[in-house]
Design a protein around this ligand. Structure first.
Ligand SMILES: Nc1ncnc2c1ncn2[C@@H]1O[C@H](COP(=O)(O)OP(=O)(O)OP(=O)(O)O)[C@@H](O)[C@H]1O
Length: 320
């Protein structure tokens, strides 16, 4: 459905060279990305600021021409075949709107039906489904400029889907949304993914979006793909650690150690301890601790994707 081979985009930027002089320099925003995304996949495309995510999406949607390499989406070349491609993809860029600011949402949807020449019955069926899943009923007749950000984003998603695209590109779709709207957008996208008829590429800084929605995670940094796999593989590769948190009746005896684990925090006057498990299984760690001290309560905490991605970014960038 999406193919990128050695895809590259260079920008020419002017950089300071001495007190008054500026000179031109080429920077590679996307530096040889090769990826294949199959029909129905939901892929999270993440990376630190300036990694090259938006530039990739712009090349996939025909907004920017690659400097070199090959790209095809739905079997089309995005820049030369941009008009045909527009009928087959949907795009939601969190920071930009495809709605008519002064018109009620319903009118924007009606205009889009004409722009994309969607048969009335198909359009109505898709709108009904979005209306139901995204709860648009209360604000369909409100002018777009009066909508809250969360309402507008639900409108944007609908607008991107009314022509029945095969691929949906989402750039930061939950940015700035409150918790309720975020949930609404995520469960809508989840539903869409489960139905399996849309391929979804999502860039975000909110890793909860990815955890909820994407089995496949592609991490890009300095224009290069540095991870392509599942979230579990990412945890395994970067050695994410589980933690054992225990509430104790009495503090640990002086010099207590748990082989294969490190005591990483002590709180509540020594009554709450956290061990990071390195080379010991959770069960063995629990048994060792319970055998050594009176334990009131304990839990094993799974690694957070935030932690592992932060470590990955640090690793590849060499910066905190
Ligand atoms: N039009 C442009 N002209 C010059 N440089 C650009 C242009 N667009 C992007 N860049 C540079 O290319 C690099 C990649 O930018 P891009 O916007 O793709 O990153 P990103 O991963 O989407 O970042 P963010 O998470 O901050 O949105 C950055 O160094 C950026 O400054």
């Amino acid at each position: 459905m999406i193919e990128m081979r050695e895809l590259r985009k260079n920008f020419t930027v002017r950089v300071k060279a001495g007190r008054l002089r500026r000179e031109k320099r080429e920077v590679a925003a996307v530096d040889g990305v090769s990826l294949s995304i199959a029909r129905g996949e939901m892929v999270g495309y993440i990376g630190p600021n300036g990694a090259g995510k938006s530039t990739t999406l712009k090349m996939l949607t025909g907004v920017l021409a690659p400097t070199s390499g090959e790209v095809s989406v739905c079997g089309l070349r995005p820049v030369p075949q941009r008009t045909r491609l527009a009928l087959r993809i949907g795009v939601v860029f969190g920071q930009r709107s495809q709605l008519w600011w002064d018109l009620p949402l319903r009118e924007s949807f009606r205009l889009l039906r004409h722009v994309y020449r969607v048969p009335a019955a198909e359009h109505a069926a898709r709108l009904r489904r979005c209306q139901e899943l995204l709860d648009l009923g209360d604000f369909l007749d409100t002018p777009v400029r009066q909508l809250s950000l969360g309402q507008r984003m639900r409108g944007e998603l609908t607008a991107a889907l009314l022509h029945g695209p095969e691929v949906l590109f989402l750039d930061e779709p939950t940015i700035g949304l409150d918790v309720v709207s975020k949930q609404a957008v995520r469960s809508f996208l989840g539903e869409l993914g489960r139905a399996g008829d849309v391929t979804l590429v999502l860039t975000t800084h909110d890793l909860a979006d990815i955890e909820r929605l994407c089995r496949r995670l592609v991490v890009i940094d300095h224009g290069h793909v540095v991870h392509d796999g599942t979230i579990e593989q990412l945890h395994a590769r970067y050695g994410s650690r589980r933690r054992l948190v225990a509430d104790l009746d009495t503090p640990l005896p002086p010099g207590f150690t748990l082989p294969g684990a490190t005591l990483t925090s002590t709180e509540a006057d020594g009554h709450r301890v956290t061990f990071t498990l390195e080379s010991i299984a959770a069960g063995a760690a629990v048994a060792a601790l319970v055998g050594a001290v009176p334990v009131r309560d304990l839990s094993v905490v799974e690694p957070e994707i935030e932690d592992v991605v932060a470590r990955l970014y640090t690793d590849v960038s060499g910066a905190p």
